[in-house]
Write a protein that binds this ligand. Structure first.
Ligand code: SF4
Length: 295
């Protein structure tokens, strides 16, 4: 099915000649919105259970995790090259030397040609970004912006503002690194117009990539508990058709305002045993297929 927008594979072609696979690594970072650095309790949609210290103690090294990922994909695709994806928690939160040594460990693994670092916009500074820009291989920064509306960010206890996102994007680009943003559609109190306003604001920034996902209610979260107790949070739990309609509008805004921004994904699928709603029963690629048909 033909796609009508720039996707992540198109974006990566600008950096690497062949096919790339992202390998997620959990390097044992924590979260400044839980340990008191910027807040406590975490974002209301985030699952507390994933912060178990035991899980951290049992983790394999970054290199071991990458080797395991390579051997999984390498069987089917021997020529595949890889990006180490520091996705879990806040991947720039910690001692600077330790952070740099974990990133370098990933880049020293054979066939790992770059790293992707997922973090909060209030958890980077110019000196870290400068060091990353000189690490020797491509580095891609991804910031969880989630919304451009400070009222929403406050409602989900995000503990940072949209202005922090703007600052992080500009600092990243000034350091010579590509910046990506992540947004959640359906957060408390947001109308469709507010969600699309966020897309418009993002399109006007010097970002390279953007990711979206539908709000999911996950077991063990503060949001799940509030909803179970009957609180009206004003969230939107999209049906597949409603979300396809929203994503079609997102694509058309990005194409008209900034077609050079690559859309990496539109959905996320939490593990079935943790997901309360919405339960679409679709894999991410199945949703994308439906969206491409609609587009
Ligand atoms: S969503 Fe990210 S910033 Fe928020 S509590 Fe979870 S790990 Fe921390």
């Amino acid at each position: 099915m033909e796609k009508t927008y720039k996707d992540y594979a198109d974006f990566l072609k600008g950096y690497f000649p062949g096919k790339m696979q992202k390998l997620t690594v959990d390097a044992g970072f924590s979260c400044p919105n839980r340990d008191g650095t910027v807040g406590r309790g975490g974002c209301t949609y985030c699952n507390n259970a994933s912060f178990s210290p035991l899980e951290h103690m049992q983790r394999a090294s970054v290199a071991e995790q990458l080797e395991a990922g390579k051997s999984f994909f390498g069987k089917k695709y021997p020529d595949m090259r890889y990006l180490a994806y520091f996705q879990s928690y806040t991947s720039t939160h910690g001692d600077r030397e330790k952070l740099m040594s974990l990133y370098s460990e990933a880049l020293s693994v054979d066939k790992v040609d770059g790293i992707v670092i997922g973090t909060r916009p209030d958890c980077v500074d110019a000196s870290l970004l400068h060091a990353l820009a000189h690490i020797g291989k491509p580095v891609f920064m991804e910031y969880g912006a989630e919304s451009s509306h400070n009222k929403t960010l406050e409602a989900v206890n995000r503990c940072h503002t949209w202005e922090k996102t703007l600052e992080a994007v500009h600092m990243t680009v000034d350091a010579g690194l590509p910046a990506g943003l992540h947004f959640i559609m359906g957060l408390p109190g947001e109308t469709t117009d507010m969600m699309l306003e966020t897309v418009r604001r993002a399109a006007l920034l010097p970002i390279s990539t953007v990711k979206f996902h539908q709000l999911q209610i996950i077991k063990g979260t503060r949001m799940a508990r509030s909803l179970e107790s009957g609180e009206d949070l004003g969230v939107t739990l999209f049906t597949v058709d409603e979300y396809i309609a929203l994503c079609s509008r997102i694509v058309s805004i990005l194409k008209s305002l900034n077609p050079s921004v690559a859309i990496e994904r539109f959905t996320s699928s939490a593990p079935s045993d943790l997901l309360i709603a919405p339960r679409w029963g679709l894999k991410n690629y199945q949703f994308t297929h439906l969206l491409h048909r609609a587009l």
